[in-house]
Design a protein around this ligand. Structure first.
Ligand code: SF4
Length: 418
């Protein structure tokens, strides 16, 4: 099954004014589906075959899935919805890889190409710190003009300038490139980054793990086995990562179920995944769309099914499910809080990757806006740090002190001793 043939917009607002209780919703579905959902409520997460069905649900069946996802979210993390005040820095958009889903990258002679020097990066981070950022997130293209130790130089400069800032940086693709340029194996390279001041890594560049789809999207420059090796090794040396999945392009429900199965397996082995972020494919300015390989997938049903199924699949393994306002827009991201999500991500302050692809949600959402999105669904907003420790706040919600451990919101991972 492919989503490419979906034509009409699929509104989902009705799901979130549905007053029926969970029992009534379950009774309105088929016995087979009700059995899968009831097993989930009893702590047995769906298999890959079962999840494949869940990703494709609609109507009353989707309403029942959403109800179960909401209940599992409540049990796992309560009614708190978290956000992080962070500063994104996409420090270069020069990249030679040419992924067909990416509109961010440019070749070095393109008029839109940029390569920010260290002082520019530090200045941008300073803007974020002045606004209360606890994290800088740095990712960029694979720029051949970078010195062999370019990532280390950048990291060293940021760490020296901001000794206490959490540095969340370098996708597995960048780790592969950086290690290659330094002629180092992944493990010593990651250890060197850790010693130099890296705190955590984004689990981006995951896209979709299916090898055939991956080949079309990325030329398989970072194959699935290498992604798994880099992320697993990062966890082993003491670098937690997030985890992601790109959806809404060429994938089928089974590809998504198999993708999350890989993440479940990693998490069982390492405990190093702090969150899962499903990322909707933004098609407008991509080569994939220009070549007629994808048709736009309407927003709504698919997104809600992805979030809700993810909550069921990762129950008991990854507590934190992040909704992406950059990809979905604020309205749908807010609704997704009732479909299993417990986090709205970061303020960002600069987000070139989705903007270049055609997303129109802007590059900055203030902490106040994030809080009001959360409260509009009757939930409690709380500022967190990168690893999901809740931060002390004053009465008006502004950061007042140091992390507090909070049983409902803390990171559920447990890293092995390096
Ligand atoms: S997704 Fe990353 S690696 Fe691929 S072209 Fe874009 S910047 Fe380069």
């Amino acid at each position: 099954m492919s989503y490419q043939t979906e034509q009409s917009p699929e509104r989902v607002e009705h799901l979130f004014v549905d007053q029926r209780d969970l029992e009534t919703r379950l009774a309105a579905t088929s016995p087979d589906l009700a059995a899968i959902l009831e097993r989930s409520l009893a702590g047995r997460a769906p298999t890959v075959d079962e999840a494949t069905e869940l990703f494709a649900l609609q109507g009353d069946s989707l309403a029942a899935l959403v109800g179960v996802a909401d209940e599992l979210r409540r049990r796992a993390v309560g009614d708190t919805v978290t956000y992080v005040i962070n500063r994104n820095v996409n420090w270069t958009n020069v990249c030679f890889v040419g992924c067909k889903f990416c509109s961010f990258a440019h070749l070095k002679n393109s008029p839109q190409a940029y390569d920010r020097d260290v002082s520019d990066v530090l200045h941008r981070i300073g803007e974020g710190v002045a606004l209360g950022a606890t994290e800088v997130c740095m990712q960029g293209g694979l720029n051949p003009a970078m010195p062999d130790d370019g990532y280390l130089q950048l990291l060293r400069a940021v760490r020296e300038a901001y000794p206490d800032l959490h540095i969340h940086a370098f996708s597995p693709m960048e780790i592969q490139y950086g290690a290659h340029r330094m002629k180092m194996a992944y493990r010593p390279y990651l250890e060197l980054l850790l010693e130099t001041g890296l705190n955590t890594m984004p689990g981006t560049a995951a896209e979709i793990f299916d090898p055939e789809i991956r080949k079309i999207l990325t030329h398989d420059k970072l194959d699935t086995a290498s992604w798994i090796e880099i992320v697993t090794t990062a966890h082993e040396v003491g670098l937690p990562t997030t985890s992601t999945m790109l959806y809404g392009h060429l994938e089928t429900p089974r590809h998504m179920a198999e993708h999350i199965e890989v993440l479940r397996s990693i998490q069982r082995n390492t405990g190093g995944l702090s969150e899962f972020v499903p990322l909707r494919f933004i098609w407008q300015n991509t080569q994939l769309y220009a070549e007629g390989l994808v048709s736009p997938v309407p927003q709504g049903r698919l997104d809600i099914a992805v979030y809700a199924t993810s909550r069921l699949m990762l129950d008991g393994l990854v507590d934190n499910l992040q909704s992406s306002w950059v990809k979905l827009g604020r309205e749908l991201a807010t609704l997704s809080l009732d479909a299993g999500c417990n986090d709205v991500g970061g303020t960002l302050m600069e987000e070139s990757i989705s903007r270049e692809a055609g997303a129109d949600s802007g590059e900055y959402t203030s902490a106040e806006e994030l809080r009001s999105m959360i409260m509009s669904r009757g939930r409690e907003p709380r500022q967190r740090n990168t690893l999901y420790d809740l931060l002390d706040e004053s009465d008006d919600g502004h950061l007042a002190g140091q992390p507090t451990n909070h049983p409902a919101g803390g990171w559920s991972g447990s890293l092995p001793t390096p």
